[in-house]
Design a protein around this ligand. Structure first.
Ligand code: SF4
Length: 316
């Protein structure tokens, strides 16, 4: 697991050709730098997460932003256990027979939101294809618990695709989260190798249906780049997301968690991220976050405020 945190040097314009990948651990370009987290606030967040026996995607996915986020008491809680029923080629989360559902988890997550004094919380989960509702009811109970224990905390959920789980979306939407996020992750051509258990149009449809069922809901989706996509393919996905009325797009560099995961085909230089960002704004997203270290939950609270402001400004 990467235990370091980034120092981004956007002024460095090293090109992709100068970046040499090393076997058994990619040598990262100079605009992605990592440094060990040291702050007291980071350790306080870590202790609280541990005491409440919660899983976080920050740790499980070896996120490079952990030092910065946890120092600001921002963590993404991962519910429904720590073992996933899918085996995506980019993801570091363990695949296998999933854990029994922890009936105390909703209570504990609510307590974490309350004790951390969070303005905004992001809840995600492993895939639970083994459960009849894909874990939707558990999501609902977690949201209800946060609302009861930390009523001022806004709630963002980053859900699995609930493929083949009829009614799962309705169950979740009953609990009225503030932001519904589902990551497309990559372009459709790469689904068989990157996200083999998922289907691109199923994911797109989930996002479209969430907005259709509740037009006031904020919807969000994220993409990783550097997996072998072309610009045109990426821009097509942006169009697809806009046609599903998605409000907020995040785009970040894919980083390989271990040598056995999908290789990094390309490190996207900062100036190219700027092009992507410009294109995304041009396509009409209300909020765009686009940089090498962007993750779907990175700066999620601040960005949610900006998203609300943008909708307020542009509302008829
Ligand atoms: S970007 Fe998201 S997953 Fe990464 S450390 Fe921050 S909150 Fe956790």
């Amino acid at each position: 697991m990467t235990t370091n945190v980034q120092r981004v040097r956007l002024e460095d314009q090293k090109t992709v050709d100068e970046v040499r990948l090393q076997d058994g651990g990619d040598k990262k370009p100079s605009w992605i730098r990592v440094r060990a987290p040291v702050s007291q606030a980071y350790h306080d967040t870590r202790k609280l997460i541990k005491d409440l026996k919660l899983n976080t995607v920050c740790e499980e996915a070896a996120c490079p932003n952990i030092g910065e986020c946890w120092a600001k008491k921002h963590a993404t809680v991962m519910i429904l256990g720590s073992v996933c029923t899918r085996a995506c080629a980019f993801c570091n989360i363990k695949t296998g027979r999933p854990d029994q559902l922890d009936p105390h988890e909703p209570e504990q997550v609510g307590r974490a939101a309350q004790q951390l004094g969070l303005a905004h919380i992001v809840i995600t989960s492993v895939d639970r294809d083994d459960l009849d509702d894909g874990g939707a009811d558990h999501f609902k109970r977690v949201i209800e618990s946060i609302k009861a224990q930390a009523p001022n905390t806004t709630i963002e959920i980053l859900t699995p695709d609930f493929r083949g789980k009829k009614g799962a979306l309705d169950i979740i939407l009953q609990s009225a989260p503030d932001v519904f996020n589902h990551n497309l992750e990559t372009i459709p051509r790469l689904y068989p190798s990157v996200r083999p258990g998922a289907r691109y149009f199923n994911s797109l449809q989930l996002l479209a249906q969430a907005k259709q069922k509740n037009p006031t809901l904020f919807t969000k989706s994220g993409l990783m780049v550097g997996l072998g996509e072309t610009r045109q393919e990426l821009y097509q996905v942006m169009d697809d997301l806009r046609s599903a009325d998605v409000d907020f797009l995040t785009i970040g560099q894919y980083l390989r968690p271990t040598p056995s995961h999908h290789p990094v085909v390309r490190y996207i230089p900062p100036e190219e991220f700027k092009d992507y960002e410009k294109m995304a704004w041009g396509k009409g997203f209300q909020m765009v976050s686009c940089s090498a270290l962007t993750r779907s939950s990175y700066h999620a609270g601040e960005d949610f405020q900006k998203l609300k402001e943008s909708r307020r400004r542009t509302a008829p």
